[in-house]
Design a protein around this ligand. Structure first.
Ligand SMILES: Nc1ncnc2c1ncn2[C@@H]1O[C@H](COP(=O)(O)OP(=O)(O)O)[C@@H](O)[C@H]1O
Ligand SMILES: [Mg+2]
Length: 320
């Protein structure tokens, strides 16, 4: 039995249905990402789980208990937002203490808990600073510490990394994942960033237009996308349409050689794009451009140039 069971959740805003019957079963300790384009309903679904928004129909169970009509405060869930939502007039320490006062009445025990979570997010040395005296990444760590201190049943994160610089984002990704694993806390993170979802999630729910299109491990989603939308939204992919059938292949899965055999297609190099770790090569085959990703080291050894011939094989593709 799932720990968190989301059953047939529907929601309308101004007569427009933004959630069209969402079903998801999430296990205890699992890290799930809701991934989808802007406006697809991710935040609305998260807010319904948190009790901040009311659903029109459907139920939510935690440990088989129906929580659909409980107040947010009765659900024991913590939420972290993209905007850190810290109190500017309180120190880091006081920010974390604020929400804990009700839960841990004993000052000493409370101190202990605060020190514990500060240590967890590596902020013990700046606990007496104010939010505007620390960086965005540190502020988001405070929000995380504050959420974790409450020992929630489920941690809900709504695009927590979106406002941060690439480097900080990458570090915090790892930290959040480590903390989540260490505490084995059931976590749902909303993101529109496919790379974030692929690197962090145990399972990804790909959402589009208020529906869950596919729910699976990052590898399942990447290697066996259920439809064209999922294939296209996650990673780069080539589509080849023939006789109303769509065939798809990832750029790194295309095999190529300088001399063809009877199973290869002859192509002509049309574009060469340097991407750092790899090159993305556009090859014209059968009047279509297919993109091939080739590790830089390998490509540079080949010393190929525009208009040169390349033979490719498509046996690692998939039918959609
Ligand atoms: N309070 C609201 N009132 C009216 N429409 C809303 C409200 N909240 C969200 N929406 C609409 O619902 C849809 C889904 O929004 P949202 O859940 O925020 O998407 P996402 O988080 O995936 O970007 C959007 O079309 C949005 O404009
Ligand atoms: Mg959102």
């Amino acid at each position: 039995m799932a720990y968190l069971s989301i059953q047939n959740i529907r929601k309308k805003f101004n007569k427009i249905e933004v959630l069209k019957g969402i079903n998801l079963d999430i296990n205890k300790g699992e890290f799930v990402c809701f991934l989808g384009p802007s406006g697809c309903g991710k935040t609305t679904l998260l807010r319904i789980i948190a009790g901040l928004e009311e659903n029109d129909s459907g139920v939510i169970l935690i440990n088989e208990k129906n929580i659909t009509h409980l107040q947010p405060s009765e659900r024991n869930l913590s939420m972290v937002f993209q905007s850190y939502a810290l109190f500017p007039n309180m120190t880091i320490y006081e920010n974390i203490e604020y929400g804990l006062k009700k839960k841990i009445k004993d000052k000493k025990l409370r101190n202990k808990k605060i020190e514990e979570v500060l240590l967890l997010v590596n902020l013990e040395h700046i606990s007496d600073k104010y939010p505007d005296e620390i960086s965005g990444g540190q502020q988001q760590r405070v929000s995380l510490a504050r959420a974790i201190a409450l020992e929630p049943n489920i941690l809900l994160l709504d695009e927590p990394l979106s406002a941060l610089d690439a480097k900080v984002r990458e570090n915090l990704r790892k930290e959040i994942k480590e903390i989540q694993k260490k505490l084995k806390i059931t976590t749902i993170m909303v993101t529109h960033d496919q790379e974030e979802a692929l690197t962090m999630a145990d399972r990804i729910a790909v959402i589009n237009g208020g529906e869950v299109i596919q729910f699976g491990t990052p590898k399942e989603i990447y290697d066996s996308p259920k439809d064209i939308f999922v294939a296209d939204f996650i990673g780069k992919i080539n589509f080849i349409t023939s006789n109303e059938e769509v065939f798809a292949i990832r750029p790194e899965k295309i095999e190529f050689s300088l001399e063809g055999d009877k199973n290869s297609l002859k192509g002509k190099i049309k574009t060469i794009e340097f991407r750092g770790a790899f090159y993305r090569i556009g090859v014209e085959v059968l009047e279509e451009i297919l993109y091939i990703d080739i590790i830089s080291q390998k490509w540079e050894r080949l010393t190929l140039k525009l208009k040169d011939t390349l033979y490719i094989k498509l046996n690692n593709g998939m039918k959609l």
